[in-house]
Design a protein. Structure first.
Length: 316
């Protein structure tokens, strides 16, 4: 969840290693899009539904352009997508990601209601709230955060809220926009709204996405190649900057550092450029996010009755 243009779609694209969801510096998500991972799936299929629940359209091998078309259709309330997603999250089977519209789009008040509907009706275990590092503390953001906090407080089931401070590469250090200072400001801002000891992961979602795409052999556009070169230069200056500034549980921080150390030593059996891509993924904040998801899902699996665990193992 987030206000529009904070980077929700880019965040999910980074998790699945593909820019399936349209992302731009404008209101791009107009409906709830659910992406479900299925190990056995041979293709990525998708359906879109109207506000009355009727099926409007379905596609077997869905492409980004089709999702963009559906998303801009005023009749569509939600999109359901299922496939063998390229995600590092483990366990992956059963993983579902829900992309919600930015509710501060004054041109369509239904967006705000869709966000509330998502909180009330989707059986989620974790919320990722995306903060735009360049627009921290805006009126729209504070309004949405307050609404989200109040709605979550009414839920009768456990859930965890993780805050992603996205677009930190756009901070201007020469103007005093320190990453560490920005994270501390975000922490104070969230505490003031009423969130207790919030977990904050600084992130560059686009850097994570581009590294993932290069690792699995997907081409980058010219614009993406230029941005990726810039991300790489920033990473080489201080590869631990985002991790050191983050506010995450110690176990997550230690495991990300361990991952980076192990990856750095793999140069003997891994091409240097590929090893660097794995390190860039960790630097971008993606490794911390994946570890947080894995930890949560492992705890949920552990809490399931024995029959449910067996069912999960069979389906995986």
């Amino acid at each position: 969840m987030a206000t529009m243009s904070a980077g929700k779609s880019s965040f999910i694209n980074a998790l699945i290693g593909d820019d399936l969801l349209h992302a731009a510096n404008e209101a791009t998500t107009a409906c709830i899009t659910t992406l479900s991972h299925d190990d056995q799936s041979k293709s990525t299929s998708a359906c879109c539904y109207a506000y009355n629940g009727d099926l409007l359209d379905s596609v077997v091998n869905v492409q980004a352009e089709q999702l963009k078309t559906w998303n801009s259709d005023d009749r569509v309330k939600n999109i359901a997508l299922q496939g063998n997603l390229s995600t590092y999250c483990r366990p992956a089977q059963g993983l579902a990601l829900h992309d919600t519209p930015g509710p501060n789009n004054s041109q369509d008040p239904r967006h705000a209601q869709l966000t509330i509907d998502a909180i009330q009706n989707i059986p989620f275990d974790m919320v990722f709230y995306i903060l735009n590092a360049t627009q921290l503390g805006t009126r729209d953001d504070r309004t949405l955060l307050t609404t989200v906090k109040n709605e979550l407080a009414q839920l009768q089931r456990p859930h965890e809220v993780i805050f992603i401070l996205n677009k930190v590469d756009q901070l201007d250090c020469e103007k005093g926009e320190s990453l560490t200072k920005h994270v501390e400001q975000a922490f104070a801002y969230l505490v003031d709204i009423g969130f207790t000891n919030p977990t904050i992961v600084p992130m560059i979602a686009n850097a994570a996405l581009y590294a993932r795409k290069k690792l699995i052999g997907k081409p980058l556009s010219r614009k993406q190649r230029l941005e990726f070169a810039n991300f790489r230069d920033i990473y080489l200056q201080d590869s631990s900057a985002l991790l050191n500034a983050s506010r995450v549980p110690d176990v997550i921080s230690k495991n990300v550092k361990k991952y980076m150390q192990i990856t750095s030593r793999k140069t003997t059996d891994t091409p240097a450029d590929k090893s660097e891509l794995y390190l860039l993924m960790a630097y971008s904040g993606l490794a911390a996010v994946v570890l947080i998801i894995n930890r949560q899902r492992a705890a949920l699996l552990q809490a399931q009755p024995r029959k449910e665990k067996a069912k999960h193992k069979v389906s995986a």
